[in-house]
Ligand binder design. Structure first.
Ligand code: ADP
Ligand code: MG
Length: 237
């Protein structure tokens, strides 16, 4: 049996004629954090949406703990351990923080963390009784992270969580993600390279839906094609 928690092979997603994700592969062992980097529109969120079952892949495969889970629906994948946060968080606004976490937990097939424990981790213990609509944007992001965490993910996808956070909040999120990654795999989409450098073990750089580099962030920053794509804007060639 495979040592990897998740193995993504040749993943593809097309929208009409647009190849938003064009043959992307990676695998992650327990405890590993992968950073996904690339210009806007390079396919980062579509990779998450496709692996997490929002859209059926147009090609490729996804294995979770050695089992083929390609094409399963999002709710099923979430239940069995592929969870994610959204670039724009989507809590149930009329429900309290507690209710949002409780609903997510009730959908999980295995539970390793309680609602109170998760609220503590993401810094929302004091806000349990407040409606999600009353939270500021950082706390909405933390609630979204909590909703994913309370389902005890094997693989957690985090889409631009750090964007817009204050420096002190960033430090907390850096620590939190490393802690979360101790007993699962984590994929982090982020533009802030200083943050990624501290959070990710390695990065996969995308341009126009394709991998252009995989390896350490410091090596990526030395790579000619990566430099061209980041300095020269996205290229679809
Ligand atoms: P990123 O997250 O890297 O900024 P996205 O994955 O959101 O990029 O988008 C990749 C490309 O796919 C973009 O050209 C975007 O317009 C397109 N795209 C994403 N989702 C859809 C969709 N549901 N329908 C059509 N095109 C989409
Ligand atoms: Mg995106």
């Amino acid at each position: 049996m495979s040592e990897n928690v998740i193995e993504v092979h040749n993943l593809a997603q097309s929208f009409g004629g647009l190849r938003a994700v064009d043959g992307v592969s990676f695998s992650l062992a327990n405890g590993e954090v992968l950073g996904l980097v690339g210009p806007n529109g390079s396919g980062k969120t579509t990779i998450i949406n496709t692996i997490c079952g929002l859209y059926e892949p147009t090609g490729g495969s996804v294995m979770l703990d050695g089992k083929d889970v390609t094409g399963l629906r999002a709710d099923k994948l979430a239940r069995i351990g592929i969870n994610r946060t959204f670039q724009i968080p989507r809590p149930f606004l009329d429900l309290t923080v507690f209710e949002n976490l409780e609903i997510a937990r009730n959908h999980a097939s295995r539970v390793t963390l309680g609602v109170a424990e998760v609220a503590e981790l993401v810094g929302l213990s004091e806000s349990m009784g407040k409606p999600a609509s009353s939270l500021n944007s950082t706390h909405k992001k933390m609630l979204d992270l909590g909703r994913a965490l309370v389902m005890s993910p094997r693989v957690l996808f985090v889409d631009e969580l750090a964007a817009g956070l204050m420096p002190a909040e960033l430090e907390g999120v850096t620590q939190l993600l490393r802690e979360i990654a101790r007993d699962r795999s984590v994929v982090v989409v982020e533009h802030l390279l200083g943050f990624l450098d501290r959070v990710a073990d390695r990065v996969l750089v995308l341009n126009a839906g394709k991998e252009i580099f995989a390896g350490s962030l410091s090596a990526a920053l030395q790579d000619d094609l990566v430099k061209k794509v980041f300095l020269g804007g996205s290229s679809s060639s």
